[in-house]
Design a protein around this ligand. Structure first.
Ligand SMILES: Nc1ncnc2c1ncn2[C@@H]1O[C@H](COP(=O)(O)OP(=O)(O)OP(=O)(O)O)[C@@H](O)[C@H]1O
Ligand SMILES: [Mg+2]
Length: 391
């Protein structure tokens, strides 16, 4: 959710204000979360056919695919290339009752609390060799279970925080910074959120104004996190392009929060591809006439986190730097080195399209299209930047 503040036009995003954001893979036990994580990262976390094989959450950095980076490398021929990456956490399966502590629920929910957006994986494949904790295949029921556990955890947290705030609201507010809400107003917002959630809504479904979002961000709610739904189907269904549950899953997601994405994929198919050599995988995909969904999964995660990247280009290195889509030039410079934000003087910005048309950096410069931007410049995805800083 992105909300514009009227007075300053600075968007206020639900969630943490950081560039170092993470996706977490969440779902019931034994539905393919670790297998997906492994396929995404090619790492070797155990993925066995029994529930709770992922005891410790595992974290990995996944490369964000980008043709523009490949093209820039052809132009600059750098010694080193550093792509953008997305951090993904493999979280152990949640079960019904997790918010009350079932199945190590509270520990696993704490892991959900540490990520910024969620890949919600749901099982939409039949396979009698793969045990289902609820015994039957019913993706909508499974989606409801996870959604409900996250929401119940939020309701519990809200109750606790509200009690705390009500206590504080009895004291004078004189230490609070000017321009922020009074404690009483804050209590009002938290009560409004609690009412909204008690009706069965995730908090991100609400239409909150900027000051409300600021309060919500202090509450660290699980249902504030953007979701990308991943519908895990059989290899056969994926290759045929049909799955009997998919339309209902899409409807469910839309009704829940229209902004969330649903991506159909087959984790077992992706695992198979990930274990092949690149040429072999390409030939396999060609023979079946399908593509891998992993690039789409990664990009959807990156987008859900409101991340974009800009490039720095030279003979030493062509590199993609990740920032939030609200970042201004000094914050973007701060990603390279924290001192660069403080010492920011200006940013030379070149558009990739101009480089494509004019074919060299020198030509872009002489055409006057390598533009000097000040501290208010809002970075755009794919910008090529060179910062001037006071060191
Ligand atoms: N699309 C699919 N079709 C058939 N089998 C699948 C599919 N996706 C995953 N599996 C199988 O499901 C089983 C469980 O996978 P995995 O260990 O990745 O689950 P998990 O969700 O990480 O479980 P846990 O919650 O216990 O950590 C594995 O045997 C895996 O091969
Ligand atoms: Mg696992």
């Amino acid at each position: 959710m992105m909300i514009k503040k009227k007075e300053t036009d600075v968007p206020v995003l639900l969630g943490r204000p950081s560039n170092n954001l993470k996706m977490g893979v969440v779902g019931l036990p034994n539905i393919g979360k670790s297998s997906l994580f492994n396929a995404l990262t090619n790492s070797s976390v155990p993925a066995e056919n029994y529930p709770f094989c992922t005891i410790d959450p595992s974290e990995a950095r996944v490369l964000v695919p980008d043709d523009r980076l490949d093209w820039l490398c052809e132009i600059y021929k750098p010694i080193r290339t550093t792509p953008a990456h997305l951090t993904v956490l493999d979280i152990a399966g949640l079960v019904r009752g997790a918010s009350q502590g079932a199945g190590l629920g509270n520990a696993f929910l704490a892991n959900v609390g540490s990520v910024d957006a969620i890949y919600h994986l749901v099982r939409a494949f039949e396979n009698e060799n793969v045990t289902h904790v609820e015994n039957t295949i019913d993706p909508l029921r499974d989606l409801d279970i996870i959604q409900e556990e996250l929401r119940l955890k939020d309701e519990e947290m809200l109750e606790r925080q509200l009690a705390e705030l009500v206590k504080l609201a009895k004291f004078p507010d004189n230490k609070r910074p000017l321009g922020t809400m009074s404690r009483k107003e804050e209590v009002g917002v938290v009560e409004k959120v609690a009412d909204f959630m008690a009706k069965g809504n995730d908090v991100r479904k609400g239409d909150w104004n900027a000051p409300e979002v600021q309060v919500i961000n202090t509450l660290h709610l699980l249902t504030a996190k953007p979701m990308v739904y991943l519908c895990n189907m059989s290899e056969q269904d994926y290759c045929k392009g049909t799955n009997k549950w998919l339309p209902d899953i899409q409807e469910w997601a839309k009704a829940n929060n229209a902004l969330d994405t649903v991506i159909p994929l087959s984790v077992s198919f992706e695992s198979k591809l990930a274990s092949m050599e690149q040429d072999e995988a390409k030939a396999h995909l060609n023979s079946l006439g399908v593509t891998s969904q992993l690039p789409r999964v990664i990009l959807a995660g990156y987008r859900a986190l409101h991340l974009i990247h800009y490039f720095t280009c030279g003979q030493q290195e062509v590199r993609a730097w990740t920032v939030r889509d609200t970042a201004k030039a000094p914050q973007a410079a701060g990603v390279i080195h924290t001192d660069f934000e403080r010492g920011f003087i200006s940013a030379d910005i070149m558009k990739l399209e101009d480089l494509r048309q004019l074919k060299s950096e020198a030509a872009v410069r002489s055409a006057g299209k390598y533009l000097q931007k000040g501290k208010d410049y809002k970075m755009e995805d794919g910008d090529i930047a060179h910062f001037k800083v006071n060191e």
